[in-house]
Each structure stands twice: as structure tokens, then as C-alpha cells.
Design a protein around this ligand. Structure first.
Ligand code: NI
Length: 137
């Protein structure tokens, strides 16, 4: 059976701050720049979820896009949107919410609920020019 990649895009808004508590303010500022600002800042994140699987001969679908959309809603949007990633999202309690870390956290959230028969890849745009991908390859 033919394998096809299915993509679904989504958006969420969230605030974050990049810093380490075990570093001085000066060291945090030197490494993270404006991203270390005490009062947080926001991003409009764009997410692209890629699901690869075989076409079901009965439906012609790889995955019902409604089901994929519901999964993104419940696992990503509901947990991250309009939240402060550092303060409101348990995964980032002791993990810097960089694009690098957010993208694999989102992957893990989706992977836990997605049928293992599908391959999964996640891309995350933090700005128009900066984006992240997990897993690699
Ligand atoms: Ni930022």
C-alpha cells in the first residue's frame, strides 16, 4: 500500500523567558539576551504536524484530519495556548522553553496519543525566520 505524508498546521500564542536560576542575571543576559527579560515576552507559534502512513483502502485516508486536528487541539493548543510556558506548563518547570525544547515536548505529547502505526514529525516556527524540527530525519 502506498505511504503518504499528511500535514496539519496550527497556531498558538504563549509567553516565555529563557534563563537559568543557577546563573546570575548578568550571565543570563549575556547568553539569552532580551529573551532573559524578567517580565517574559510572547510569541505567535506556528506548528506543522506531519503524519506518515499507508492509505486505508476503505476510506482513502491515511488519517482522518478531523481526528488529527482534535489531537492537536487537546494535546497542544489546550495545554500551551495563552499560557506562560515557564509558569503554567509542567514540562518547562525545570526546562528552558527554547524552540528546541518546545518542539520535542510537543512531539512527545502527540506521540503518546497517536497510533504507533504512524510516523510523526513536528516543526515549530517561533518567528517567521526561526523554526525547529523533531525528530531529525
Ligand atoms: Ni522568545
Amino acid at each position: 500500500m502506498r505511504k503518504v505524508a499528511v500535514y496539519r498546521k496550527a497556531n498558538f500564542n504563549a509567553a516565555h523567558r529563557l534563563y537559568r536560576e543557577d546563573w546570575s542575571d548578568a550571565h543570563n543576559k549575556a547568553v539569552f539576551g532580551l529573551c532573559a527579560n524578567k517580565n517574559y515576552h510572547g510569541h505567535n507559534y506556528t506548528l506543522e504536524v506531519k503524519v506518515v502512513g499507508e492509505i486505508d483502502p476503505e476510506t482513502g485516508y491515511v488519517i482522518d484530519l478531523k481526528l488529527l486536528n482534535d489531537l492537536i487541539e487537546s494535546e497542544v493548543h489546550d495545554k500551551l495556548d495563552h499560557n506562560n510556558l515557564n509558569l503554567d506548563v509542567p514540562a518547562f518547570k525545570n526546562l528552558n522553553p527554547t524552540g528546541e525544547n518546545i518542539v520535542w515536548v510537543i512531539y512527545d505529547l502527540l506521540r503518546a496519543k497517536l497510533d504507533p502505526k504512524f510516523e510523526l514529525k513536528v516543526k515549530l516556527w517561533e518567528t517567521e525566520r526561526n523554526y525547529f524540527e523533531y525528530p531529525v530525519n
